[in-house]
Design a protein around this ligand. Structure first.
Ligand SMILES: *Cc1c(COP(=O)(O)O)cnc(C)c1O
Length: 220
């Protein structure tokens, strides 16, 4: 029952405007069900196939978030049911999501992933690429996607000032995007903060935290 306890204690520390995504990647359905029975309805996965299998097996009132890097050719497997895609970082990917959403008669909510970390390896757009994307006519033509905000991952470091700086940067980018007020958008979400840094992320304006190991335990 540690999972339920972890969940309840984390939830009690979150301000009410902050949404908790329980990151359940690699964990078995039995673990997810413990969180479900403790009231959790939003789960985050980083592999489309794994998410689709869990979707099949689990109660249908769960909201499934794709938090990982998305390959264009796999979008079709989640388009019927995914609730929010966090890692959108190209026009090409957005066009595929739009196309698959249309086939399913849906409008799919997306977050644009922004590169805020120092590491080269992390995915995401920079500010100029973001503005170019949302200003392009191809973007404006899409009818089956909606941008509801931004997502970012800070550098994996003990340097708190560094992490704080990166989170503030993401908040700034979100506010700039709000000022631009692009088509196909309803901006209300800043997805930032994981087990190790979510408190700092909330202090920096996060509205959605993605927490895995602090709920479900370490992954192998
Ligand atoms: C795995 C993952 C998380 C959760 O990480 P924890 O440190 O286990 O909380 C959050 N966001 C993304 C994008 C992830 O891939």
């Amino acid at each position: 029952m540690a999972i339920a306890e972890n969940l309840v204690s984390i939830k009690s520390t979150l301000p009410k405007q902050v949404t908790l995504v329980a990151v359940s990647k690699t964990k078995p359905v039995s673990d997810l069900m413990q969180a479900y029975e403790a009231g959790q309805r939003i789960f985050g996965e980083n592999k489309i196939q794994e998410m689709a299998e869990k979707y099949q097996e689990m109660p249908k009132d769960i909201l499934w978030h794709m938090i990982g890097h998305v390959q264009t050719n796999k979008v079709k497997f989640m388009a019927p049911f995914v609730h929010l895609i966090h890692g959108v970082d190209s026009l090409k990917l957005l066009q595929e999501i739009d196309k698959q959403a249309k086939k399913n008669n849906r409008i799919i909510d997306c977050l644009l992933q922004i590169h805020i970390a120092e590491e080269e390896t992390k995915f995401g757009l920079n500010q100029e690429e973001l503005i170019a994307l949302v200003s392009s006519s191809l973007f404006e033509e899409m009818k089956n996607i909606q941008i509801i905000g931004v997502m970012g991952m800070a550098t994996f470091t003990d340097d708190k000032d560094q992490v704080k700086k990166e989170f503030s940067h993401l908040k700034n980018i979100f506010e700039n995007l709000q000022r631009i007020n692009p088509k196909n958008s309803q901006l209300n979400t800043i997805s930032m903060g994981m087990s190790g840094d979510y408190q700092m992320a909330i202090d920096s304006g996060s509205t959605m935290v993605r927490i895995g190991s602090s709920i479900f335990g370490e992954r192998n």
